[in-house]
Write a protein that binds this ligand. Structure first.
Ligand SMILES: Nc1nc2cc(Br)ccc2s1
Length: 244
């Protein structure tokens, strides 16, 4: 997968050199290119923003600069254009899975009050354009949102996770974990400061362990994410689940 990221703060993406994503880049699973938006300005101050039409606070990012940048990076190709914004569609595990199947993603990192909407209109006619949010709060720019999305997407690529099963068991993963969060996890020692590991996990009885884990996932989902629990497909709940 090729990833292009356009930002006025390319240094935000240094973390993509480390850990899982860094190793995926070394292996060639991920081909990441970060671009400085100001490289496509033509004035001495490298201006990327201006006051909003209609008045109001803050500044809006100029369409001309973004147009030149995206034209230069995309060329005649057809990357999927992802624009992080608080007003976008929710970024979910399902969308991460979908984006992990794309050959080329181009992330446009807005700042200030956002990018002039005509940029998304312009490219919507020839590229798949998704305005995507990572939660109901406002950041200072799209860079951190891109880091979140790149990590969530990158870990789903073949060979990135040491154990591919981990992604299947992820919270929210399509299939048996749809609309479920994961339950508690434990490792050695069996007793730590008087806290014992649940006995079933030491039993070696895989059926009972799987049942216990699902119960714990359901209980945690009901407690922490009641709106997900309400959306659980009744057909996926067996009679035992319903008793919880
Ligand atoms: N939650 C989010 N906040 C922001 C702010 C800006 Br400015 C750009 C993108 C995003 S995504």
């Amino acid at each position: 997968m090729r990833l292009d990221i356009i930002s006025i703060f390319p240094e935000y993406f240094a973390p993509l050199d480390v850990s899982l994503i860094g190793k995926a880049r070394e292996r060639g699973t991920l081909d990441v290119h970060v671009h400085q938006l100001r490289d496509w300005t033509h004035d001495v101050h490298k201006t990327v923003d201006d006051t909003p039409y209609g008045g109001g606070p803050g500044m809006v990012m100029k369409p001309e600069v973004w147009g030149e940048a995206i034209d230069a990076v995309a060329g005649d190709g057809a990357p999927r254009l992802i624009v992080p914004t608080p007003s976008g569609r929710p970024f979910t595990q399902e969308l991460a899975q979908e984006l992990a199947g794309e050959p080329w993603l181009l992330f446009a990192c807005g700042r200030y009050e956002g990018i002039d909407s005509r940029v998304m209109e312009e490219y919507g006619s020839r590229l798949r354009v998704d305005e995507v949010g990572i939660g109901d709060y406002v950041l200072a720019g799209g860079e951190v949102a891109v880091l979140v999305m790149v990590e969530a997407i990158g870990r789903l690529l073949p060979g990135v996770l040491g154990n591919a099963q981990s992604a299947v068991d992820d919270s929210f993963a399509p299939g048996s974990m749809q609309n479920l969060v994961e339950g508690p996890v434990y490792t050695k020692p069996p007793v730590w400061r008087g806290h014992e590991v649940p006995e079933v996990l030491l039993s070696g009885h895989h059926g009972k362990i799987a049942r216990w884990r699902r119960d714990q996932a359901l209980r945690r989902t009901v407690r922490n994410r009641p709106e997900l629990a309400a959306a659980l497909d009744p057909d996926t709940l067996d009679k035992h689940d319903r008793k919880l």
